[in-house]
Design a protein around this ligand. Sequence first.
Ligand code: 13P
Ligand code: ZN
Ligand code: NA
Length: 283
Amino acid sequence: SLVSSTPLLVEARKQGYGIVAFNVHTLEMLQAVVDAAAESRSPLILQTTVGTVKHLGIDYIVGAAQAAAKQASVPIALHLDHCQDFDLILQCMRAGYTSVMIDQSMHPFERNVEMTRKVVEVARALNVNVEAELGKVGGVEDDIRVEDGMETLADPEECRRFVELTGVPTLAPAIGTAHGIYKGEPNIDFARIEEIAGKVAVPLVLHGGSGIPEGQVRRCVSLGMAKMNVATELKNAFSLSLQESFTANPAELDPRSYMAAAKKVVKRMALEKMQLCGCTGKA
Ligand code: 13P
Ligand code: ZN
Ligand code: NA
Protein backbone atom coordinates (compact mmCIF):
# COMPACT_ATOMS: atom_id res chain seq x y z
CA SER A 1 0.00 0.00 0.00
CA LEU A 2 0.98 3.66 -0.31
CA VAL A 3 3.46 4.80 2.33
CA SER A 4 4.15 8.14 4.00
CA SER A 5 7.03 9.91 2.29
CA THR A 6 8.52 11.10 5.60
CA PRO A 7 10.76 8.09 6.34
CA LEU A 8 11.79 7.84 2.68
CA LEU A 9 12.89 11.47 2.66
CA VAL A 10 14.61 11.28 6.05
CA GLU A 11 16.67 8.38 4.73
CA ALA A 12 17.39 10.27 1.49
CA ARG A 13 18.67 13.32 3.35
CA LYS A 14 20.74 11.12 5.66
CA GLN A 15 22.37 9.29 2.74
CA GLY A 16 22.62 12.37 0.51
CA TYR A 17 20.42 11.39 -2.41
CA GLY A 18 17.19 12.89 -3.73
CA ILE A 19 13.83 11.25 -4.39
CA VAL A 20 12.05 12.56 -7.48
CA ALA A 21 8.40 13.61 -7.09
CA PHE A 22 6.69 13.56 -10.46
CA ASN A 23 3.54 15.55 -11.16
CA VAL A 24 1.27 13.24 -13.13
CA HIS A 25 -1.84 14.26 -15.04
CA THR A 26 -3.07 11.04 -16.63
CA LEU A 27 -3.14 7.33 -15.87
CA GLU A 28 -0.48 6.73 -18.51
CA MET A 29 1.90 9.25 -16.96
CA LEU A 30 1.40 7.62 -13.58
CA GLN A 31 2.07 4.16 -14.99
CA ALA A 32 5.17 5.34 -16.81
CA VAL A 33 6.85 6.79 -13.72
CA VAL A 34 5.87 3.74 -11.66
CA ASP A 35 7.48 1.51 -14.31
CA ALA A 36 10.63 3.62 -14.17
CA ALA A 37 10.76 3.36 -10.36
CA ALA A 38 10.20 -0.40 -10.36
CA GLU A 39 12.80 -1.00 -13.04
CA SER A 40 15.45 1.15 -11.36
CA ARG A 41 14.54 0.17 -7.77
CA SER A 42 13.86 3.77 -6.79
CA PRO A 43 11.57 5.03 -4.04
CA LEU A 44 8.87 7.11 -5.73
CA ILE A 45 6.62 10.06 -4.96
CA LEU A 46 3.63 10.50 -7.24
CA GLN A 47 2.10 13.94 -6.97
CA THR A 48 -0.88 15.84 -8.28
CA THR A 49 -1.71 19.52 -8.11
CA VAL A 50 -5.10 20.84 -7.08
CA GLY A 51 -5.90 21.35 -10.77
CA THR A 52 -5.30 17.66 -11.45
CA VAL A 53 -7.41 16.67 -8.44
CA LYS A 54 -10.23 18.66 -10.02
CA HIS A 55 -9.53 17.20 -13.46
CA LEU A 56 -9.35 13.51 -12.51
CA GLY A 57 -11.11 13.31 -9.13
CA ILE A 58 -9.59 12.28 -5.80
CA ASP A 59 -10.87 8.71 -5.81
CA TYR A 60 -9.60 7.92 -9.31
CA ILE A 61 -6.15 9.25 -8.41
CA VAL A 62 -5.97 7.40 -5.11
CA GLY A 63 -7.32 4.23 -6.77
CA ALA A 64 -4.67 4.32 -9.48
CA ALA A 65 -1.85 5.10 -7.04
CA GLN A 66 -2.95 2.31 -4.70
CA ALA A 67 -3.07 -0.13 -7.61
CA ALA A 68 0.50 0.88 -8.46
CA ALA A 69 1.66 0.48 -4.86
CA LYS A 70 0.11 -2.97 -4.65
CA GLN A 71 1.97 -4.22 -7.73
CA ALA A 72 5.28 -2.44 -7.45
CA SER A 73 7.95 -3.78 -5.12
CA VAL A 74 9.27 -0.27 -4.35
CA PRO A 75 7.81 2.18 -1.82
CA ILE A 76 5.39 4.68 -3.38
CA ALA A 77 3.90 7.80 -1.73
CA LEU A 78 1.06 9.95 -3.07
CA HIS A 79 1.46 13.69 -2.51
CA LEU A 80 -0.88 16.67 -2.94
CA ASP A 81 1.20 19.51 -4.42
CA HIS A 82 0.78 23.27 -3.66
CA CYS A 83 -2.57 23.25 -1.88
CA GLN A 84 -3.89 26.36 -0.14
CA ASP A 85 -7.24 24.87 0.82
CA PHE A 86 -7.38 23.22 4.25
CA ASP A 87 -10.63 21.36 3.48
CA LEU A 88 -9.23 19.83 0.30
CA ILE A 89 -6.14 18.75 2.23
CA LEU A 90 -8.38 16.99 4.77
CA GLN A 91 -10.35 15.31 1.99
CA CYS A 92 -7.21 14.06 0.28
CA MET A 93 -5.70 12.75 3.50
CA ARG A 94 -8.90 10.89 4.34
CA ALA A 95 -9.13 9.48 0.81
CA GLY A 96 -5.63 7.98 0.95
CA TYR A 97 -3.01 10.61 0.04
CA THR A 98 0.08 9.90 2.16
CA SER A 99 1.64 13.35 1.87
CA VAL A 100 0.31 16.90 1.48
CA MET A 101 1.71 20.35 0.83
CA ILE A 102 0.12 23.27 2.62
CA ASP A 103 1.26 26.26 0.58
CA GLN A 104 0.85 29.53 2.45
CA SER A 105 3.98 31.07 0.96
CA MET A 106 1.91 33.98 -0.34
CA HIS A 107 0.87 34.92 3.21
CA PRO A 108 2.80 36.43 6.12
CA PHE A 109 5.03 34.16 8.26
CA GLU A 110 2.58 34.00 11.21
CA ARG A 111 -0.30 32.83 9.06
CA ASN A 112 1.92 30.29 7.34
CA VAL A 113 2.94 28.96 10.79
CA GLU A 114 -0.64 28.80 12.02
CA MET A 115 -2.05 26.96 8.98
CA THR A 116 0.89 24.59 8.71
CA ARG A 117 0.62 23.73 12.39
CA LYS A 118 -3.07 22.87 11.92
CA VAL A 119 -2.29 20.56 9.00
CA VAL A 120 0.64 18.93 10.83
CA GLU A 121 -1.60 18.11 13.77
CA VAL A 122 -4.15 16.22 11.65
CA ALA A 123 -1.52 14.63 9.42
CA ARG A 124 0.39 13.23 12.37
CA ALA A 125 -2.67 11.30 13.52
CA LEU A 126 -3.09 9.85 10.02
CA ASN A 127 0.62 9.12 9.44
CA VAL A 128 0.72 11.53 6.50
CA ASN A 129 3.76 13.61 5.52
CA VAL A 130 3.47 17.42 5.35
CA GLU A 131 5.45 19.90 3.27
CA ALA A 132 5.35 23.69 3.63
CA GLU A 133 7.02 26.49 1.67
CA LEU A 134 8.98 29.51 2.88
CA GLY A 135 9.85 32.34 0.53
CA LYS A 136 8.15 32.38 -2.86
CA VAL A 137 9.17 30.12 -5.75
CA GLY A 138 8.85 32.03 -9.03
CA GLY A 139 6.91 31.03 -12.14
CA VAL A 140 3.48 29.48 -12.65
CA GLU A 141 2.08 26.28 -11.18
CA ASP A 142 -1.66 25.86 -11.84
CA ASP A 143 -3.33 28.99 -10.38
CA ILE A 144 -0.34 29.94 -8.24
CA ARG A 145 1.49 32.60 -10.21
CA VAL A 146 4.52 34.52 -8.96
CA GLU A 147 5.48 37.28 -11.39
CA ASP A 148 9.11 37.98 -12.32
CA GLY A 149 10.68 40.09 -9.61
CA MET A 150 8.09 39.03 -7.02
CA GLU A 151 9.85 35.82 -5.98
CA THR A 152 11.55 35.94 -2.58
CA LEU A 153 14.18 33.66 -1.10
CA ALA A 154 13.66 31.85 2.18
CA ASP A 155 15.37 33.34 5.21
CA PRO A 156 17.50 30.68 6.98
CA GLU A 157 16.68 31.87 10.49
CA GLU A 158 12.96 31.92 9.63
CA CYS A 159 13.30 28.36 8.35
CA ARG A 160 14.69 27.28 11.70
CA ARG A 161 11.91 29.02 13.63
CA PHE A 162 9.26 27.73 11.22
CA VAL A 163 10.22 24.08 11.66
CA GLU A 164 10.49 24.53 15.41
CA LEU A 165 7.05 26.23 15.68
CA THR A 166 5.16 23.92 13.31
CA GLY A 167 6.89 20.55 13.64
CA VAL A 168 6.59 20.25 9.85
CA PRO A 169 8.46 17.11 8.72
CA THR A 170 9.63 18.48 5.32
CA LEU A 171 10.39 22.03 4.18
CA ALA A 172 10.50 23.66 0.74
CA PRO A 173 12.62 26.82 1.01
CA ALA A 174 12.69 29.09 -2.05
CA ILE A 175 16.36 29.33 -3.04
CA GLY A 176 16.20 30.68 -6.60
CA THR A 177 14.49 27.99 -8.67
CA ALA A 178 11.19 28.58 -10.49
CA HIS A 179 8.27 26.60 -11.88
CA GLY A 180 8.39 26.04 -15.64
CA ILE A 181 11.39 26.15 -17.96
CA TYR A 182 13.99 28.86 -17.28
CA LYS A 183 14.65 31.60 -19.79
CA GLY A 184 18.36 31.36 -19.10
CA GLU A 185 19.84 29.45 -16.20
CA PRO A 186 18.32 29.48 -12.73
CA ASN A 187 20.05 31.68 -10.21
CA ILE A 188 20.38 29.24 -7.34
CA ASP A 189 21.68 30.52 -4.02
CA PHE A 190 23.76 27.51 -2.95
CA ALA A 191 25.20 29.24 0.11
CA ARG A 192 21.65 29.79 1.30
CA ILE A 193 20.75 26.12 0.88
CA GLU A 194 23.81 25.22 2.92
CA GLU A 195 22.90 27.69 5.64
CA ILE A 196 19.29 26.46 5.79
CA ALA A 197 20.43 22.84 5.89
CA GLY A 198 22.70 23.74 8.79
CA LYS A 199 19.78 25.11 10.79
CA VAL A 200 17.08 22.62 9.79
CA ALA A 201 17.45 18.86 10.18
CA VAL A 202 14.33 17.87 8.22
CA PRO A 203 14.55 16.86 4.54
CA LEU A 204 14.44 19.87 2.18
CA VAL A 205 12.38 20.01 -1.01
CA LEU A 206 13.53 21.48 -4.32
CA HIS A 207 10.68 22.97 -6.35
CA GLY A 208 10.99 23.99 -9.97
CA GLY A 209 13.02 20.90 -10.93
CA SER A 210 12.44 21.24 -14.69
CA GLY A 211 15.26 22.91 -16.58
CA ILE A 212 17.90 23.00 -13.82
CA PRO A 213 21.32 22.08 -15.29
CA GLU A 214 22.42 18.63 -14.11
CA GLY A 215 25.44 19.76 -12.15
CA GLN A 216 23.30 22.22 -10.22
CA VAL A 217 20.71 19.54 -9.38
CA ARG A 218 23.50 17.33 -8.00
CA ARG A 219 24.82 20.19 -5.93
CA CYS A 220 21.37 20.96 -4.49
CA VAL A 221 20.88 17.30 -3.58
CA SER A 222 24.30 17.05 -1.95
CA LEU A 223 23.45 20.09 0.19
CA GLY A 224 20.26 18.55 1.65
CA MET A 225 17.54 18.76 -0.98
CA ALA A 226 16.06 15.28 -0.49
CA LYS A 227 13.05 15.68 -2.81
CA MET A 228 12.99 17.23 -6.26
CA ASN A 229 9.69 18.13 -7.92
CA VAL A 230 9.44 17.65 -11.68
CA ALA A 231 6.28 18.79 -13.47
CA THR A 232 6.82 20.83 -16.62
CA GLU A 233 9.45 18.70 -18.39
CA LEU A 234 7.40 15.54 -17.93
CA LYS A 235 4.15 17.15 -19.05
CA ASN A 236 5.81 18.68 -22.10
CA ALA A 237 7.49 15.41 -23.08
CA PHE A 238 4.17 13.56 -22.82
CA SER A 239 2.30 16.16 -24.88
CA LEU A 240 5.03 16.53 -27.51
CA SER A 241 5.07 12.77 -28.02
CA LEU A 242 1.32 12.84 -28.72
CA GLN A 243 1.79 15.78 -31.05
CA GLU A 244 4.49 13.88 -32.96
CA SER A 245 2.35 10.76 -33.18
CA PHE A 246 -0.55 12.69 -34.69
CA THR A 247 1.69 14.55 -37.11
CA ALA A 248 3.50 11.42 -38.24
CA ASN A 249 0.40 9.31 -38.52
CA PRO A 250 -2.86 11.29 -38.57
CA ALA A 251 -4.89 8.20 -39.42
CA GLU A 252 -3.85 6.35 -36.26
CA LEU A 253 -6.76 7.05 -33.92
CA ASP A 254 -6.26 4.25 -31.42
CA PRO A 255 -5.29 5.69 -28.00
CA ARG A 256 -3.46 2.46 -27.17
CA SER A 257 -1.06 3.19 -29.98
CA TYR A 258 -0.19 6.85 -29.38
CA MET A 259 -0.38 6.50 -25.59
CA ALA A 260 2.10 3.62 -25.65
CA ALA A 261 4.58 5.88 -27.43
CA ALA A 262 4.01 8.70 -24.94
CA LYS A 263 4.45 6.33 -22.00
CA LYS A 264 7.86 5.27 -23.31
CA VAL A 265 9.00 8.88 -23.53
CA VAL A 266 7.80 9.67 -20.00
CA LYS A 267 9.41 6.53 -18.59
CA ARG A 268 12.77 7.36 -20.18
CA MET A 269 12.68 10.88 -18.77
CA ALA A 270 11.70 9.61 -15.31
CA LEU A 271 14.66 7.20 -15.33
CA GLU A 272 17.02 10.05 -16.24
CA LYS A 273 15.76 12.23 -13.39
CA MET A 274 16.03 9.38 -10.89
CA GLN A 275 19.60 8.64 -11.96
CA LEU A 276 20.44 12.33 -11.71
CA CYS A 277 19.14 12.54 -8.12
CA GLY A 278 20.89 9.32 -7.12
CA CYS A 279 17.84 7.43 -5.86
CA THR A 280 18.16 4.44 -8.19
CA GLY A 281 18.93 1.23 -6.34
CA LYS A 282 17.80 2.77 -3.04
CA ALA A 283 14.52 0.84 -2.78
P1 13P B 1 8.72 22.50 -12.68
O1 13P B 1 7.53 23.17 -13.30
O2 13P B 1 9.96 23.28 -12.84
O3 13P B 1 8.84 21.08 -13.08
O4 13P B 1 8.43 22.51 -11.08
C1 13P B 1 7.70 21.50 -10.49
C2 13P B 1 7.23 21.82 -9.11
O5 13P B 1 7.88 22.46 -8.33
C3 13P B 1 5.93 21.26 -8.72
O6 13P B 1 5.57 21.64 -7.44
ZN1 ZN C 1 6.32 23.57 -6.83
NA1 NA D 1 11.68 24.79 -13.38
